[in-house]
Design a protein around this ligand. Sequence first.
Ligand SMILES: Cc1cc2nc3c(=O)[nH]c(=O)nc-3n(C[C@H](O)[C@H](O)[C@H](O)COP(=O)(O)O)c2cc1C
Ligand code: SF4
Length: 590
Amino acid sequence: MDTHNGPDNTTGSPMQQSGDDHLLHRLFDMQQQFRHIPKQAMIELAGELELPVSQVESVVDFYSFFHRSPRGTYDLMFSNCTSCGDPSMMHSLCERLNVTPGKTRADGLVSIDSTSCIGMCDQGPALLVNGRTLIQLTALRLEQIAAQIEAGTPVEDWPVEWFRVHDHVRKNGLLLGTAFETGAGLRAAIEKGPEAMLDEIARSGLRGRGGAGFGTGMKWKFCREARGEAHYVVCNADEGEPGTFKDRILLNSHAHAVFEGMTICGYIIGAQKGYLYLRGEYRYLLDDLKAVLKRRIKSKLLGEKVLGLPDFSFDIEIIIGAGAYICGEESALIESMEQKRGVPRVRPPFPVTKGYLGQPTVVNNVETLAAAAHIAVHGSAWFNTHGSDKSDGTKILSVSGDCATPGVYEYPFGVSIQRILDDCGAEDVQAVQVGGPSGTLIGPDEFERKLGFEDLATGGSFMIYGKDSDLLAVLVNFAHFFAHETCGFCTPCRVGTTLLKNGLDKIASGHGTQNDVDEMYRMATLVKRRSHCGLGQTAPNPILDALQRFPGLFEERLVHTDFEPNFDLDASLEEARQITHREDAEAHLS
Ligand SMILES: Cc1cc2nc3c(=O)[nH]c(=O)nc-3n(C[C@H](O)[C@H](O)[C@H](O)COP(=O)(O)O)c2cc1C
Ligand code: SF4
């Protein structure tokens, strides 16, 4: 990801742009049509949307799915997540099709690259081809893909079963296992009135499921009380944390509950408009989601005078991201909605008082909103009689990695890690990454710890590493992820994530010394303390956890010198030696 100056949230009020005319949507169409975004097209688009050309350009440079130079007619991006990726597959297809990773083949037919986790961790390895999700890759499937590409078959005509994503719900709980009549939550809210329903949500103890765990009732109350010309509800469906895919299942099979939660929130806070910000990797869900919205309009659950209420109109629109993990951070997400780079804002002010277009905005995770709809139907006691002391209700987990049955599991908070491992058939487990790379890495002596805000908090990712996993390689993978996904706004994170990545690369390649480990510890601590937003504040977690819990991982790879330079000066002169045809001693640095 390119780096730029800081967020532009102090300048004039951004225009609301919706539907097909949202900058991200127009750029996606262009990328599909031209295989890149030509400069002239950016200028024309800027004129049409009345945006500065510099803004359009900076957006193109920021998001991973947009490119200034042409990609192949077939543009393949393999997930590089430890759960839904497999680098060997990417390399074998590159070899088969004679493509250099990250480059477009000279004839322009195909380009192959890697991308951050695409949320298919229960059915990987997986890739995106021209933005469409293709799952369960095998050597045979790669050969079939190569044949389709060589035959010039349009992606739309490839066998549909290659793209069929499954839900894999392994364990139902309160939310996944309880159905309610569409509209029942909204009717209950209207019957009770906004204040009483707000009290009900607060009483339920529901806390945000996106990671931070802020009280949902409190968030809605602050927003309801905030003054503004308009209020907004935003559903955060960016789900970019590697190993997380539970929102994908909710959107696929429980979209009514999610939209109902958004509408109830709108009713309570006094909003007329809601947005679902869907990660670009889940574009395949778009048509179905739009169909659900249409049905809800038809049933008067959305639109003018919802359920006949003269003073409540509410619409929901979908905005689709373009490959940037940071856009899951709520203020970066709002910037992205406003057609800008996804750079986190300086907070306060928080979105509840100054969010989308500078107006009071609630941003909630998909699961939080679905839970709110259920609470409206079934009541707060139905919810908070489950869970632990400080964590009411249940949590939906995305379980992946070394286990027999990866998929989605819903548990009351307070469940032990060991119980989850038993249920998914995980044996000889070396470590679990709870909450994804930004979460907590634990080993077997901590498997009796419990899921919950008071012990192990998680946004839902639960990645299992068996005894044969190379844990250091996992740490390297995470470090590359953060170095790639940093938005570049603040120096500790922009520079620090790259230094951490370089340090780990050096140790993993067998060139590290104790000095490098000490340096990495110092750097990790600094990045954690000094970064502007949650990305930088959590990026060092895997390294710090591993240093504390798995020190042997590093020790066994160290060389026995106190200092080993990061840079091989003699090797760097190789190209010059080749150009000058010299191999004599003086052309070398001894
Ligand atoms: C780097 C980063 C990525 C995030 N990604 C997501 C995400 O994909 N989905 C999400 O709901 N929250 C994500 N969050 C948390 C949001 O900023 C925010 O707290 C959340 O959407 C609030 O909703 P909740 O109260 O329902 O949890 C992310 C935070 C950070 C720092
Ligand atoms: S911590 Fe990282 S992602 Fe967050 S604002 Fe700073 S550079 Fe951007």
